[in-house]
Write a protein that binds this ligand. Sequence first.
Ligand SMILES: [Zn+2]
Length: 302
Amino acid sequence: MPFKLTIIGSGSAVPTVNRGVTSQYVNFNERHILIDCGEGTQLQLRRFKVKFQRLKMILISHLHGDHYLGLVGLLSSMSLLGRTQKLLIICPKELEQLLNVQFEIAGIKLNFELEFKHLTAKDKTVVFEDNVIAISAFPVKHRIDCWGFYMNEQQKEKNVDPRAIKEHGLTIEEILQAKKGEDIVREAAYYRNEDITLPPEPPISYAYSADTMYFDKMAEYVKDASILYHEATFTEKQIDRAKATMHSTAKQAATVAKNANVGKLILGHFSARFRGTDEVLAEAKTVFDKVVCVEDGDEFIL
Ligand SMILES: [Zn+2]
């Protein structure tokens, strides 16, 4: 199970008993990541049994309250509960100021270090990378500066064809060489890499739209994602409201998914005006049918 996404909060604007505001937890090859942290996130994390001390980083898309107001509380709890491990926060630069002011006025000194990486990119840019995953941020179109995120596994090693192993009697050392893409050179034989390997599995990827109005380039940013989360705050009936608040409709989200050829579309950030999500889902399905509307606590595994 290289990838597991847990929906921590799937509503917009105001937390309610049925829906928390935006937050998602990703375990991607044991990299533990929180995306956005609306008010009430730490309680929701407890509710869905996420061990938040394991978080390695927190990504904050923008500074509307329903995406970050839970952060001070979460960080304070982490400190009170004994965290000492450094935490990376990838966020708009003003968030660092905001947090510093809050902690300074309250006289709070966290027991662990916060490392900030500011989002400034005007185009898709890598903001974190190790030997297992890479995370890029890309600018979206909202009322204030806002970024979406795209995370993917690093290129996997090639698979060595079992038939070639048997036929040529490849040694462990030769198999490891072949996995890395090298040819096998022996005194009396030469095996080209492409003849003894099979293409690796395509890397898994996850894209997060953040809050945004529709724009064509979004499909390019989230191209071929295994899963795309896209906000669908409204339906086409409220298109004027969507435009005024710079949010998307279900149909627009589905259009992005179709143009980007994603594996699966998951919709969230629903306006509290909706009683249920049937209408949102039906509208999205007219354009793209591999789609679901999320509820808090839903999990997606790849
Ligand atoms: Zn917003």
